[in-house]
Design a protein around this ligand. Structure first.
Ligand code: AMP
Ligand code: MN
Ligand code: MN
Length: 359
């Protein structure tokens, strides 16, 4: 065990990288050292962001399976909030690593965070950062605040799993089918199944490495993206039927939006996760650059998803309204009525145009 990994406050601290640059060699070296120098009985806690998506869960569990291969025995993975894994991810390898947030080690020797741009995305688990010997952050949000002792943040990476794969390689952990399936789910989630701009040659090369382990992309995609209960199909019909198109919004680039309430979910006997896929149906709208789904989480509170096709930086809108995300995919927590939430978005759109003179 190094001092770095065992003593709070003495961890190897690397300076936050300049915006846009990926991790430095010093960052990678520090991250590798934080893992390699753990004693045999060290407790390691993996945390991903609240309301976890495929990248959060996939990069965390894939990395966790890699640590297990390295011989780490006291290993937990967790996320804030209710310990419910959304149905599409219930086939992921490594789910046995998951524990409810309430059972997570209070003061582990090492914490590793996945896909969270800031401590606020770790909810009630943020206190583990101060209780830990060292905190390593793996992420790809340009807005990452550098809240770890070691920050492996690459805004050019298509998914956090890209960073996780590189760290596993530097730890000499070979890919096996379990690790590969987790990283593949993460990569396909965040690239929209290789459709988004971040789908570089390097992304396809990584996919090739993952597929070479023998994982079955057809089965995985069907489970993760193309399966939902009949009640969710009916719910989508209703919610899409109330979508509104505002061609004049966003400087004439157009806004399309809809909303779903808890009552909608209850009427169709559905869990909130089914609403995550809604934005993909709404953002198809040809007449709008910006799309939005407002999902009620509790009375007067809404999880808002924003997408753009390129005219608007929706992360600016989300940040202005207390959230975050990427240029073309962002979100925030809205408060008030649906109309108040959408009014707030509409007001921020003109200031978030990427090329206002062409509006
Ligand atoms: P979603 O629409 O939930 O798929 O989220 C799209 C992106 O926005 C994700 O990459 C998140 O990083 C970010 N995001 C969503 N909700 C929030 C939030 N409440 N606070 C900060 N970032 C968020
Ligand atoms: Mn995510
Ligand atoms: Mn991600």
């Amino acid at each position: 065990m190094t001092d770095a990994a065992s003593q709070p406050g003495s961890a190897v601290v690397t300076a936050a990288p300049p915006a846009g640059a990926g991790p430095t060699e010093a960052d990678w070296t520090a991250a590798v050292a934080a893992v390699r120098q753990l004693p045999a009985d060290a407790r390691v806690l993996l945390i991903c962001h609240v309301n976890p998506d495929g990248d959060a869960l996939g990069s965390m569990l894939g990395f966790g399976l890699g640590l297990r291969r390295l011989g780490v025995r006291r290993l937990q993975a967790t996320f804030p909030g209710p310990p419910e894994v959304p149905e599409p991810f219930r086939g992921l390898p490594g789910l046995d690593l998951l524990v409810p947030a309430t059972e997570a080690y209070p003061d582990p020797e090492l914490v590793v965070c996945f896909d969270a741009a800031s401590e606020s995305r770790l909810g009630e688990l943020a206190d583990r950062l101060t209780g830990a010997g060292a905190a390593v952050v793996l992420d790809h949000h340009a807005s990452n605040t550098g809240f770890g002792d070691v920050n492996l943040v690459d805004p050019r990476a298509a998914a956090t799993s890209v960073v996780a794969e590189e760290l596993l390689a530097r730890l000499d952990v070979p890919l096996d089918a379990g690790i590969a399936e987790c990283l593949y789910v993460a990569l396909t989630t965040d690239t929209g199944s290789f459709r988004f701009e971040a789908t570089t040659p390097a992304v396809h090369q990584m996919a090739a490495r993952l597929l070479a382990t023998g994982i079955r992309p057809g089965d995985i995609s069907r489970r993760v993206f193309d399966t939902r209960p009949f009640g969710a199909v009916r719910l989508f019909g209703e919610v899409l039927g109330r979508a509104r198109l505002e061609p004049a919004a966003a400087g004439g680039h157009g806004l399309v939006w809809t909303y779903a309430t808890q009552d909608d979910l209850a009427r169709h006997d559905q869990r909130p996760y089914v609403l995550e896929a809604l934005i993909d149906s709404v953002r198809c709208t040809a007449e709008a650059d910006v799309s939005c789904v407002v999902k009620q989480t509790t009375t007067g509170e809404w999880a808002v998803s924003l997408r753009s096709k390129g005219a608007v930086d929706v992360s600016r809108v989300a940040v202005a309204l207390g959230g975050g995300g990427h240029r073309f995919a962002a979100g925030f927590t809205g408060r008030g009525t649906v109309d108040e939430v959408v009014d707030g978005i509409r007001a921020e759109l003109p200031g978030a145009l990427l090329n206002p003179t062409n509006a």
